[in-house]
Write a protein that binds this ligand. Structure first.
Ligand code: AMP
Length: 393
């Protein structure tokens, strides 16, 4: 990896400002319902504490759109982080201003201060240089450990790097390591599994992966637009009518490049999307009125036949409506197959990661990305501004 990380610089006694991703889900009583994002940042924070840095943390939470929203304050996060670290975490009432400068100047080595939600200021997402400079003014070093926002050029991810030496934290450096290898010199055969709701979200990634992979396995709702373009009946399954032509083009381009694109040839169907729905399995055409909601057992077998020889597997998007039990089997079986595989397995963030955690298979994947959008953009071959801006080794 050609980007500097926190182990490449001297941090002892220094004021270090760290962009973390503490965008955790909260219930109505503002209890954190899943603290895995806070846990994910612990190794970087603990390393900084152990090495005597003054640790200033900053994050966004939700979409307050430039206004102070009490229900999006980081107070519950500070409390939970304090419990996990077993030490006091001070929480500021804002992320910029004189009070922050004062709080920072009172810090001792190994102290931890959490700034308030960055997105209470619209300047954050506007990547306002003045705002970025203010954030930078509190510290001597910037650490980016929030991969999920690296595809956005915001003040706390990109703007701030103009004013401080800037390095990757442990989370971000692991992401870079896996995605660089997958995009530059993956061990072959290299197979991609793509699913999820929309073809339109995945067009760029399919086009870019076609240059690199040996096969693309398509499942999920997006498969139906492809099947439709092949003249197959899809009943009431999700369809993006304006993308049929594009789907056809992608399939013929893949054929001309000798990249195998595999579509489902059997389906779990139902007449409604419901936890108690009754299901059937059909091959090829889906009858009128029925919805395709998961890949069928023959498709699972067909996909596994390709996956068994793979040396690198990336997976982005569930292959069925996995949130509901009747339609979760395809996603579950592929997840178990990957867990047992010797290939390097890289799971794109978002729903696919959630499915893997739910199945308790997280420790059996090589890498589960902490960024849905960011991981897709990496695979699309785009430059992520938050990463590009870090100092080279
Ligand atoms: P994405 O955000 O694009 O990765 O899409 C994930 C969503 O696609 C999940 O909520 C899945 O339940 C949904 N999904 C997957 N397969 C289907 C399907 N066959 N029909 C409708 N929705 C689906």
């Amino acid at each position: 990896m050609n980007k500097k990380t926190i182990t490449d610089i001297d941090i002892k006694g220094k004021r270090v400002i760290v962009r973390v991703d503490f965008n955790v889900p909260l219930d109505e009583k503002l209890n954190i319902t899943d603290d895995s994002r806070i846990r994910g940042a612990l190794s970087t924070i603990q390393y900084l504490i152990k090495n005597g840095a003054k640790v200033i943390l900053m994050s966004h939470l939700g979409r307050p759109e430039g206004k102070v929203k009490d229900e999006m304050r980081l107070t519950p996060v500070a409390k939970r982080l304090g419990e996990l670290l077993g030490k006091e975490v001070k929480k500021a009432d804002d992320c910029v201003g004189d009070d922050i400068a004062k709080a920072v100047s009172a810090m001792e080595p190994s102290d931890v201060l959490l700034l308030e939600n960055l997105r209470f200021h619209k300047e954050e997402t506007m990547n306002d240089p003045g705002f970025a400079r203010q954030l930078a003014s509190y510290a001597e070093i910037f650490v980016n450990d929030a991969f999920g926002t690296c595809h956005r050029a915001h003040a706390s991810t990109e703007g701030i790097t103009k004013y401080l030496p800037s390095v990757a934290g442990f989370l971000v450096s692991k992401e870079i390591e896996y995605f660089e290898k997958a995009t530059r010199n993956p061990d072959k055969p290299y197979v991609a599994i793509l699913g999820g709701a929309k073809v339109s979200d995945k067009i760029e990634v399919i086009t870019s992966l076609m240059e690199k992979v040996d096969a693309i396995l398509i499942g999920g709702a997006m498969a139906y637009t492809f099947l439709k373009s092949e003249g197959i009946d899809i009943g009431n399954s999700k369809l993006e009518p304006d993308k049929i032509g594009l789907a056809k083009e992608i399939l013929s381009k893949a054929r001309s490049k000798n990249v195998r694109i595999l579509l489902p040839n059997d389906h779990v169907i139902s007449d409604k999307i419901d936890a108690g729905a009754s299901t059937e399995i059909v091959e090829h055409n889906i009858p009128e009125g029925k919805i395709g909601l998961d890949i069928g057992p023959k498709t699972v077998k067909k996909f596994e036949e390709i996956l068994k020889d793979a040396k690198t597997i990336i997976w982005n998007g569930p292959v069925g409506f996995f949130e509901l039990k009747p339609f979760s089997k395809g996603t579950e079986e592929l997840a178990r197959f990957l867990a047992d595989s010797n290939a390097t397995t890289i799971i794109g963030g978002g729903d696919t990661a959630a499915a893997i955690y739910e199945l308790n298979l997280n420790t059996r994947m090589s890498h589960i990305s902490t960024g849905g959008g960011a991981s897709l953009e990496y695979l699309e071959g785009k430059i992520l501004p938050g990463i590009a801006a870090l100092n080279d080794k």
